[in-house]
Design a protein. Structure first.
Length: 266
């Protein structure tokens, strides 16, 4: 790996599984910032650079939580959103994805030889020359409007009781818009139209990209795919169920729609 010589301090993104090490300072939480790695026992990954503009971010994993000094605390990566700045949360997500890639690309998928680090985000097989980069799983989200309401569903795999947007993974040979239409018909039996791009968000659980779309209901009755969804219905603005947390793109899209409706009413 290329270890750039850095003078001065680094932000250290240290993970035990999905737990991120945070430092408490004056009642606030932050990413440890120091010249040397704060904990050096039981490191079970390479120490990798997390390339961003400031070029001062390093990450590694440790195999089991040692007794840590009292100024540190383990916080789940998702929960860290509530404790640290948005910038730090985003960098932590990138660090987590890089570590996930490092752990899952130890051997060449073509010939089985141990891979060698070539750059911060490249590994190369010394035997056959195959190169590997961090791979990303792309998933779509779609907010479906029907008059003054939107479709919200609850999927069995949601971590909580909230309702959210129809979502699904992109398949090979498919455009994002085709994926949106397919997922909606598969999961709800509805036909939609006017599929337009909204925005995207890295989703480091463990290595995803969420791509959000807005669409309008065209025709059909809701017929839920029971293996995936436990409920689904159209909700008006004053009748919304529990929504996803603020950190998600789904919530950003729902909030956008609520504001739109607000503006139209006024
Ligand atoms: Zn190989």
């Amino acid at each position: 790996m290329t270890n750039k010589t850095t003078t001065g301090n680094n932000y250290w993104f240290i993970f035990h599984n999905d737990q991120l090490l945070l430092e408490k300072k004056n009642g606030n939480y932050q990413i440890p910032f120091a010249s040397e790695a704060p904990i050096t026992e039981n490191i079970n990954t390479s120490i990798l650079n997390v390339l961003l503009e400031n070029n001062q971010n390093k990450t590694y994993g440790i195999s089991r939580p040692k007794k840590i000094p009292p100024q540190y605390e383990w916080i789940g990566l998702r929960a860290s959103y509530d404790y640290i700045s948005l910038e730090s949360y985003k960098t932590a997500g990138k660090a987590f994805e890089i570590l996930h890639w490092d752990k899952n690309s130890r051997f060449c998928p073509a010939c089985g030889a141990p891979m060698k680090q070539k750059s911060d985000i490249t590994k190369q097989c010394p035997a056959c020359g195959k190169e590997l980069y961090p791979s990303i799983s792309t998933a779509i989200l779609v907010l479906i409007r029907k008059k003054d309401s939107i479709l919200l569903v609850h999927a069995h795999n949601f971590k909580g009781t909230f309702n959210s947007l129809v979502a699904g993974f992109l398949e090979t040979g498919e455009s994002l818009e085709e994926c949106v239409a397919r997922e909606v018909i598969e999961e709800t039996g509805l036909k939609i139209k006017n599929i337009t791009y909204f925005g995207s968000q890295p989703w480091p659980y463990p290595s995803g990209l969420m791509v959000g779309f807005i669409a309008d209901y065209q025709e059909g009755e809701i017929q839920l795919q029971k293996e995936e969804l436990s409920s689904g219905a159209f909700y008006t603005r004053d009748n919304l169920p529990e929504l996803p947390r603020k950190l998600s793109l789904a919530r950003k899209m729902i909030d956008w729609w609520i504001e739109q409706t607000d503006t139209e009413i006024k």
